[in-house]
Design a protein around this ligand. Structure first.
Ligand code: GAR
Length: 216
């Protein structure tokens, strides 16, 4: 059974979507831990409700981001994790972390990357005036939101949208594409060739997401 760890900094709704997909038997894996870098966040309450072990690692106890990441890597190695999901994790990961788990760290970002990486993504999309936004699950590399793309969804932006309303619309889709991407990794269907991620047997011809959702 594959072992998954999730890292989060806030609300934790994507963490919950992944755990629920596991509990429903759609993903044959175990979520062995939630690791958080902030105290008192909703993700912790969700972990307690869902019966997932959680752990707070305090960034202020480490002299640098690299030292912090070395501690996270040590914990993840100790837990023998196969896949790491960043889910609303607001720290930029360092090469110490990325090099320890090549092609095994996923992130979700709520825009159609490479548009609008980094902070305040929905605000960036709205002030740019895009008519279609969305979300992207990608493999984490050493850049910020730059890694190879696994799956995307497209969501229309209306003139009335605010960052809050757009975020709500996109989030519904995030909760479907993230578990789908995790399942593909757990089922060993993912091949990475440079920037290109190919999911074996996936249907790349259907909208609204590429590849087409199968299980979610
Ligand atoms: C999600 O919309 C996720 O895409 C975004 O933060 C939110 C976390 O929600 N992530 C980023 O912006 C990362 N750059 P959640 O805590 O409820 O899953």
């Amino acid at each position: 059974m594959k072992r998954i760890a999730v890292l989060a900094s806030g609300r934790g709704s994507n963490f919950e979507a992944i755990v629920r997909a596991v509990k429903e038997g759609k993903i044959e894996a175990e979520v062995v831990a939630l690791i958080v870098d902030r105290k008192g966040i909703a993700a912790i309450e969700r972990a307690e409700r869902l019966g997932v072990n959680w752990l707070f690692v305090d960034p202020s106890s480490f002299p640098s981001r690299e030292d912090y990441d070395a501690k996270i890597v040590a914990i993840l190695k100790h837990l023998k994790v196969d896949l790491i999901c960043l889910a609303g994790y607001m720290k930029i990961v360092t090469p110490v972390f990325v090099d320890a788990f090549p092609n095994r760290i996923l992130n979700i970002h709520p825009t159609l990357l490479p548009s609008f990486p980094g902070l305040r993504p929905h605000w960036q999309a709205i002030i740019y005036g895009v008519k279609i936004s969305g979300a992207t699950v990608h493999i984490v590399d050493k850049g910020v939101d730059t890694g190879p793309i696994v799956i995307q969804c497209a969501v229309p932006v209306s003139p009335e949208d605010t960052p809050e309303t757009l975020s709500e619309k996109v989030l519904k889709w995030e909760h479907r594409i993230y578990p789908q991407a995790v399942k593909w990794f757990v089922d060993d269907r993912v091949r990475v060739e440079g920037r290109m991620v190919v999911v074996e047997g996936a249907d790349y011809s259907k909208l609204p997401v590429v590849p087409a959702l199968e299980d979610f």
